[in-house]
Design a binder for this molecule. Sequence first.
Ligand code: MG
Length: 384
Amino acid sequence: MRGQAAGLIVAGGRGARLGGEAPKQFQDLNGKPVLAWSIEAFAAAGVETVVVVVPPGFEDRARALAPGAIVVAGGAERTDSVRRGLEALTPRLPATVLIHDAARPGLTASMIERLIAALADADACAPAAPGSDSVRTVDRDGWLIACPPREGLVRVQTPQAFRFDALIAAYTAWGSDRVATDDLEIAHAAGLRARLIPGELRLHKLTFAEDFALLEALMADRRMESRTGFGVDAHRFGPGAHVTLCGVEIAHTNGLVGHSDADAGWHALTDAILGALSAGDIGDHFPPSDPQWKGAPSRVFLKHAADLVAKAGGRIVHVDVTLICERPKIKPHREAMRAATAALLDLAIDRVSVKATTTEEMGFTGRSEGLASQAVATIEVPVR
Ligand code: MG
């Protein structure tokens, strides 16, 4: 079921009430553009097809935030924007569509999953928060007109989830010249069975300038911070016909002596990642005294460090390795080393740097007694 769900993010507003040079969906909230939070939530829930509707002229900006998404230009009213997003989705024929306002960045994968599950016995489903304030009707000058009962009143949030074909039929019946405040209104007018499930405070909508501080506090558990770690390693040359550096085997007049495969590049990088996590060093995790690590491929060490980052809810942002030796010449193998490192860490290639230097024939690396390496890792982890 989940694979057949599509997301439709309406980021069509220009945020006139908020101020600032960019529309609110592109402004920063807890270190990330507002729109990016919703895109990440859909990705985390395994929803692969996502349409983002933006004001005309902002398509490229949206594509940069959501490389895998279908980006379309919105219309004059929200209803027009959703209609354009639904048209873009129609060729994909998803079973379900979740329509979400980018101005609610507090979306979580678990909310998406709950909504999809609730569609099992409904045509439409949306989160709603009970009202705690009394609701009153007033005129333009603020004079009280009516006091409707609070009983049964709820405040509807997004995403609103629908059976796709049922919503398309509802939109057709609604007509193209009327607007609605949300999609539930259109579904309800067409007689769809809609259920409201408990909403969340963090789905509060960014409307006024002060809402930024409120949402940053509500979403504090998802705030990330950068950490940097540094690693150094060296191995002595000895008998052998090849060396392994950053996962790449290179023919050489010597081998490198070490307890494991002596990949100084990946050892330094493993220590850099562990350093960024303040999680000790490679020797703590893989004691040289333990025979099970003898001759071990260094991919085991590096993968372990990367898994620790993932376990902490973080991600590796960038790594930079410098190999220090006179020989072998590193440059012909540099791209293969970047590719091997990127593949193991599941990173885009532009997040991986491998470079080399000599020490002008000075010191132990200069005399080719051994080879050294330094590495820097930048990671992001949730603020505690
Ligand atoms: Mg080592």
